[in-house]
Design a protein around this ligand. Sequence first.
Ligand SMILES: Cc1ncc(COP(=O)(O)O)c(CNc2co[nH]c2=O)c1O
Length: 405
Amino acid sequence: MAFNVQEIRKDFPILQREVNGKPLVYLDNAATAQKPQAVIDCIVDYYSNYNANIHRGVHTLSQEATDAYEGARKKIQEHFNIQHSHEVILTAGTTHGINMIANGFNEFLKKGDEIIVSALEHHSNIVPWQMLCERTGAELKVIPIDEKGVLVLSEYEKLLSENTKLVFVNHISNALGTINPIAEIIKKAHEKDAAVLVDGAQACSHIKPDLQALDVDFYVTSAHKMCGPTGTGMLYGKEDWLNKLPPYQGGGEMIAEVTFEKTTYAGLPHKFEAGTPNIAGGIAFGAAIDYLNSIGFDEIEAYEHELLTYATEQLTLIEGLKIYGTGVDKTSVISFNIEGIHPYDIGTIVDKLGIAVRTGHHCAQPIMDYYKIPGTVRASFAFYNTKEEIDALVKAVKKAKSMLT
Ligand SMILES: Cc1ncc(COP(=O)(O)O)c(CNc2co[nH]c2=O)c1O
């Protein structure tokens, strides 16, 4: 089917909404993507027709729910070109997955070891590693960015040493839209025998990463960024690494045998899946992947690039407007400010006109510190947005500017 944004928009009930008496213009997709009817129906179907707890159940409902949940795991495996389905850990989301790995490395790090993160990271990919360094005595090193919001790879190479044990970098910056050269970052880390975790939260709704080709050690993402439900996501880990790491939480599901003398743990993936999971969320994660693939990531990438180019052209026509994150490799996120105006004030006014953008530091305070700004206005576009919506954004920003200056 040829890409037809008006037809696609019909799949998203929420896009018919009005906000403050105006048509909703939803441009906060970097925070969470909207949900197509197919994902909504999937959740309703589970709770309406086969709600049951999964694994170990002998009754039909439990088997149906288990088949659907494990079927979703298989879909995730195939989508990301992962070798084994047991290398797919279903999580509560990106933050949960990152903490799972950070916890696992407690036993692997010692004083003198070094962890490298990038200056582009979301707080979810900074704080867990700071906590790990506090626990182990390891040292955190930071890959700097340049004025364009692009990682300085020459500095990364200088930071790498035989003491480097772990490297953490996001695939795409949620604050600036910068797409990082993760294949090169991974290759150079592996030359020093360091493991790499890539935070894919901002990437997986825009591109389809091939995790075997990337040879990444860990990759995390959230379903809600991929038109799926909140509270579910994926941690991919090479099985050798996942077998080395201790469980993250103790409880049901993650055990092989429990005695008061000793407990043995389940194998992968259940070692990392203690307790009753977000069953409906996991199944609907699979439905979201099916939906995105039905449109096609080549089409999504091409269309979103068109939106980014158009929005960049139109916004830069506004005098006094500065865009942060001007690298060549960018996804459809535009962070900007207008000289002399606080981003919060712009966000508040455009909301009155039905336009949803995000303002603030976007959980990326180090980036704001680099630019010496309190925050930005962030407009983030998805494949269901339109050029007409960009025109509405530009008109609203101009109105806000005229009101505030
Ligand atoms: C790059 C990145 N990493 C991690 C997270 C955390 O994901 P979660 O565990 O699903 O919350 C986010 C969420 N980013 C945003 C959430 O709201 N606005 C944002 O930009 C993110 O963009």
